[in-house]
Design a protein around this ligand. Sequence first.
Ligand SMILES: C[S@@+](CC[C@H](N)C(=O)[O-])C[C@H]1O[C@@H](n2cnc3c(N)ncnc32)[C@H](O)[C@@H]1O
Length: 307
Amino acid sequence: MSNDLQGKVILGDIRRVSPTLPNDFFQTIVTSPPYFGHRNYSNSDNPAEIGQESEPSQYIQNLVDIFRALRPRLKPDGLLWLNLGDTYRDKSLLGIPWRVALALQEDGWILRSDIIWYKPNAMPSSVTDRPTTDHEYVFMLAASSHYYYDADAIREPHVTFSEHSRMRGGRNHFGKAGGTPEAGKNAGNSNLHDGRWDQAFNPKGRNKRTVWEIPLSKFRETHFAVFPEKLVETCILASTREQDFVLDPFTGSGTTGVVASRLSRKFVGVELVREYQIMAQRRINDACSQLDLFSLMPPLSLVNAAV
Ligand SMILES: C[S@@+](CC[C@H](N)C(=O)[O-])C[C@H]1O[C@@H](n2cnc3c(N)ncnc32)[C@H](O)[C@@H]1O
């Protein structure tokens, strides 16, 4: 049963589909539900569509109910990555992402991180009486305190101190011009006691920070608001191993599935709108068949040896 699901995008309302999904199965959920009061994906009054509720409280309750039903489908050490943007009404910001996050916490989820997805190429806006919004949230939520998380898989480069840096030699880290903390006398020192945190330089890079600068995706095939692949990749790498199952209950154009396949993870998606379900299934099939082609190719060393 479980392997039959691999690579499938199931058509339907996630509330109807989730009871049919296996328990203790998914290592991670990476998803972006429609935002409250934004676009209508069905192009009709489909009461099953999330985001079209008249009141924020209904939207929040719907999301709480959906993720409550999905929790047993996650492995006990699984994680949920939830991307949400905000909405203005009568000039007032509703604060929806945080209201959802706190409601999920109230419902038993452990809220482990609030990540700011900063979009350097966000659409310009016509507002003149407030700053233009160029960020959204990604909440990292755990079903239990013992969850799988691979910090090494998503480390980022250390910030190096150049000769022009104001911090040059400031704490006597390196002692010579052009030296960097990670190459200096404390290289590889992971001794965190005694408050010496600033001397701990992991050679694989520094721990991932909570502001992720990721440009908006260029994929514009009908569906709006698609995930950038880099954003999904970061979530998947941090929370799964190869061959683990990833779920996206609001699949849209299928970006989570495409990235999961590329990273040798297995994927199941759910999508309400037929047009998007077909598009997502096609993109995921293409990603899987490209991978199959690669796996059939002889290793490069053999190709080179033949010429
Ligand atoms: C913001 S989009 C997801 C975009 C996706 N992350 C991507 O990269 O393309 C949200 C999707 O949720 C779908 N949706 C809305 N209500 C749903 C429901 N009750 N069950 C399943 N999918 C739903 C919409 O049709 C829409 O395609």
